[in-house]
Design a protein around this ligand. Structure first.
Ligand code: AMP
Length: 186
């Protein structure tokens, strides 16, 4: 977890490779659907372009289907999910059915202004439609309102590993590995 632009996607790929599990990114799945023009993509795009969250029912169904795939049987890393309290509850139900257990929740902490600068830079290099300044600010707001409170929920379960997300990518990856290698595997 972490605000938009904290580096979740980048770190998720390294961490997943380190543990030999798939990184399941809801944002990536939505973007793939958008570029393929699927009905899911058409629906998701309206929200993504505005910096809003895609409705829970749509997102939950997608994640449920994904984690039931064979490559996730031994474990998986979720990137960008859950983002709402309803999604937290849904994820609890999903893992109850699949027999998985949440081992850890990695929270990347970063400075807000640094993030906005990073996202503006990414807009230049990747050209994401949701990387205009107005949408970036809206995404930060939505994160603060709907997702930040989840950290407390997972803290109460003793799952949160807070990592300083500032600095070189390699440095941050090392911090994440150090924090996760001490988590007992379920
Ligand atoms: P991301 O690449 O993780 O920043 O996601 C890009 C966009 O996809 C978000 O701004 C949302 O519009 C949508 N999205 C990704 N994950 C979720 C989620 N868990 N719940 C709702 N919307 C999501």
């Amino acid at each position: 977890m972490g605000p938009p632009g904290a580096g979740k996607g980048t770190q998720a790929k390294f961490v997943a490779a380190h543990f030999g599990i798939p990184a399941i990114s809801t944002g990536d799945i939505f973007r793939a659907n958008v570029s393929q023009g699927t009905p899911l993509g058409v629906e998701a795009k309206r929200y993504m372009d505005a910096g809003e969250y895609v409705p829970d029912e749509v997102t939950n169904r997608m994640v449920r289907n994904r984690i039931e795939e064979p490559d996730a049987a031994e474990g998986f890393l979720l990137d960008g999910y859950p983002r709402t309290l309803a999604q937290v509850e849904e994820l609890d139900d999903m893992v109850k059915h699949t027999g998985h257990k949440l081992d850890a929740v990695v929270v990347l902490t970063v400075d807000q202004e640094e993030i906005v600068q990073r996202l503006l830079q990414r807009a230049l290099t990747e050209g994401r439609a949701d990387d205009t300044e107005e949408v970036i600010r809206r995404r930060q707001e939505v994160y603060a309102e709907q997702t930040q409170p989840l950290i407390e929920v997972y803290k109460q379960r003793g799952l949160v590993r807070e990592i300083d997300g500032l600095g070189e990518v390699d440095e941050v990856t090392k911090r994440v590995f150090n924090a996760l290698d001490v988590v007992p595997e379920s």
